[in-house]
Design a protein around this ligand. Structure first.
Ligand SMILES: O=C(O)CCC(=O)C(=O)O
Length: 277
């Protein structure tokens, strides 16, 4: 596993391009553990409901609540050391999913991951995304494609990238700017929530599997409601850092309080909710 010190020089590339790729973060054993768990979860599961989810793409949401190997990806030390620099203390996990793109999948609509925070651009990213390559990412198999530097675009520049009023079809002049993230399995791309990207077309004969965890500022509303999805007895078995990222934390002075108490109190076996009848 690469130590945080070995990844120190990521910052310049991240600021310039809006993303950086860290190779070799997972050992062969860690990778195979993640693959085994994913094989079980993906099984015969349904494909996506639209072009954004991908009608030939399987997704497993709330992955962090589905097994220890996925918890370890969320709190990988190399990733957390970067996030500690990019986001405020007490940052949160906002999304956690597996994305398996099957052969013949078409390109996903190009988008940014923090567009629902409608603060005018250009602006700092309110979320930071990670994309773990569980299979090798190649030019053919649907590697995520990025437009380097697009994290600095204004709202108007972002809208210009689409044909007409449609915020789905990419204008042909932008196609050459999309760079596939070619990276070996076990690598992780870290990118700004403001960066334009998309899942690529899968022209290979094999599925491309990835895990994407996204993190947001501690004052922003997370995409996934982990309080409702992950049972409290499972959260109680997680590390304090992970519990904090799932929202069992206070962003000072008191964002996140539960009836004026720290949310971790809810995990105590003897916790009595004063609102219970
Ligand atoms: O699967 C990928 O490569 C990208 C997926 C993505 O960007 C998304 O679903 O938001």
């Amino acid at each position: 596993m690469t130590s945080p010190n070995e990844t120190r020089d990521w910052r310049k590339g991240y600021e310039t391009d809006g993303y950086v790729v860290l190779e070799g973060l997972l050992s062969a054993a860690e990778l195979s553990e993640v693959r085994d768990e994913l094989a079980r979860l993906l099984g015969e599961g349904p494909s996506g409901r639209n072009d954004f989810e991908g009608t030939r793409t399987q997704r497993v949401y709330t992955l962090v609540g589905r097994g220890k190997p996925f918890e370890r990806l969320v709190e990988h030390p190399a990733i957390l050391s970067m996030l500690d620099e990019l986001l405020l203390p007490n940052y949160l996990l906002t999304a956690s999913q597996a994305i398996a793109i099957a052969p013949d999948e078409t390109p996903q609509p190009a988008h940014t991951d923090d567009s629902f925070y409608t603060i005018p651009r250009p602006r700092p990213a309110i979320s930071v995304s990670t994309m773990w390559a569980i299979d090798d990412f190649t030019e053919e198999n649907g590697a995520t494609e990025m437009i380097a530097g697009s994290h600095r675009w204004s709202d108007d520049e972002l809208l210009n990238m689409y044909v007409g009023d449609d915020t789905v079809t990419l204008a042909p002049r932008y196609q050459p700017q999309l760079r596939p993230l070619v990276m070996p399995a076990g690598s992780c791309a870290v990118f700004a929530g403001t960066l334009v990207h998309r899942g690529g077309q899968n022209r290979s004969g094999r599925v491309r599997t990835a895990v994407s965890n996204q993190y947001c500022e501690p004052w922003a509303r997370p995409q996934e409601n982990f309080f409702l999805s992950i049972p409290k007895n499972k959260v109680a078995q997680m590390s304090p850092r992970l519990q904090s990222m799932l929202g069992y934390s206070i962003h000072p002075p008191f964002m996140g309080q539960v009836t004026a108490r720290h949310p971790l109190k809810v995990l105590d076996p003897g916790f009595k909710n004063p609102l219970d009848d």
